[in-house]
Ligand binder design. Structure first.
Ligand code: NAD
Length: 366
């Protein structure tokens, strides 16, 4: 049985649902939000297309719709101005109108790219996310951030464009390799740590069944992790305040990704190590001195450590320098998301160098 949908309520009375159900239910969910026109555009990638497009397209055709599909190359490089332009050419060449929905079938790359195409075509056509990775099901398909990368940095060109509905089929995760599957779980763990102690307990208790992708355990946990993202987005649709807590572990993670060389660590692996550092920093701030043990965060540390990769051989000085240039820094300097307790995040400005060094050493000691 599928878990109940997550509802995302936005400003001005807008809202959308995130369903954890089979792809074959897409026609019904499109209809429920008024997307009952005769055609559907689908953007996927060259890995996901051969695996999951048929299930979706067959259901849409059985519902009497024409399906036009295109696939971009798999991988981060597709979040580019060239791929965006190619999607514009493709969609406009098909003679779409403002009611034609664009369905993004794939991971965060397809969601961000196709989402930005939907935001910009005819000044905005309806977007439907059909996320197929752990990270996209619990995170990137929710919240309306779309975009591409630029030579000056990741995700620097984009727009907010909320989906009309999200349909996350947990069964699509069966074809995901173990590294990608676990990498996305880092964001689920992060969601639990910043806002849901009960979910953190469940993740800890049900860990083995979760990583075995047990059908009775995985969908409800994905659903509850997605619900955290939904609540944060609701509270802070345009990322001015509370949404910053989603960066827990990420200031450290960005430095790790940079210093290890982009692509060496997955984003989730870097986030897992980054959360170890952030937990250590949280403890140091609480004690008012450099912490040497994490007793109070033992369960949290156990959770993130399960996702951490073999520790890369990196220089703490280089990591310290890389954190100082994080793009999320403000005029006041880098502000770290720390926890006063599981479920109680805050932004800390009172971080000193000794605490930071100790946090890095802790995260890197394995
Ligand atoms: P991805 O889309 O590149 O997917 C990872 C790999 O898995 C790709 O090679 C893809 O082809 C493959 N894949 C996807 N689904 C599969 C399946 N079911 N079976 C087999 N293979 C499958 O990346 P991702 O890890 O899903 O997401 C990372 C991207 O998401 C980054 O670009 C990041 O910036 C973005 N992101 C966006 C937000 C947001 O709020 N918009 C939030 C977090 C991350």
């Amino acid at each position: 049985m599928s878990p109940p949908a997550v509802h995302v309520a936005l400003m001005e009375g807008r809202s959308y649902a995130v369903h954890f159900e089979p792809l074959a239910t897409a026609p019904m969910h499109l209809r429920d939000v008024g997307l009952d026109g005769p055609r559907a555009l689908v953007v996927t990638d060259e890995t996901v297309g051969p695996l999951h497009l048929d299930a979706l397209a067959d259901a849409l055709r059985a519902d009497g719709r024409t399906v036009e599909a295109t696939a971009v190359p798999a991988g981060e490089a597709s979040k580019s101005i060239d791929q965006l332009a190619a999607l514009h050419d493709w969609a406009l060449g098909l003679g779409i109108d403002r009611t034609t929905p664009l369905l993004a079938l794939g991971g965060g790359v397809v969601g961000d790219l196709a989402g930005f195409a939907a935001a910009t075509l005819l000044r905005g056509i309806p977007l439907v996310h059909l996320p197929t990775t752990t990270i996209s099901q619990v995170d990137s398909a929710i919240g309306g951030k779309t975009g591409i990368n630029h030579a000056a940095g990741k995700n620097l060109v984009g727009a907010f464009h909320q989906p009309r509905v999200v349909l996350a089929d947990p069964a699509t995760l069966d074809t995901l390799d173990d590294r990608a599957f676990r990498s996305g779980l880092a964001e689920a763990v992060k969601h639990a740590l910043i806002s849901d102690p009960e979910l953190a307990d469940r993740l800890d208790r049900e860990w083995d069944a979760l990583v075995a992708r047990a059908p009775a355990v995985l969908p409800p946990l994905l659903r509850d992790a997605a619900a955290v993202k939904a609540r944060v987005v609701e509270a802070d649709e345009r990322e001015a305040g509370e949404r910053a807590f989603l960066n827990f572990g990420h200031t450290f993670a960005h430095a790790l990704e940079k210093e290890a060389g982009y692509g060496t660590l997955t984003h989730g692996e870097a986030v897992a190590l980054g959360m170890r550092a952030a937990l250590h920093l949280s403890e140091s701030l609480r004690l008012g001195r450099v912490a040497d043990a994490l007793d109070r965060f033992a369960e949290a540390d156990r959770l993130v450590s399960r996702l951490a990769p073999p520790v890369p051989d990196l220089d703490v000085d280089a990591l310290m320098a890389a954190t100082a240039t994080d793009k999320k820094r403000t005029a006041a300097g880098v502000r770290y998301v720390v926890l006063d307790a599981v479920g109680q995040p805050r932004l800390a400005a009172d971080v000193n160098e000794a605490m930071l060094r100790a946090a890095w050493r802790y995260a890197l000691r394995g």
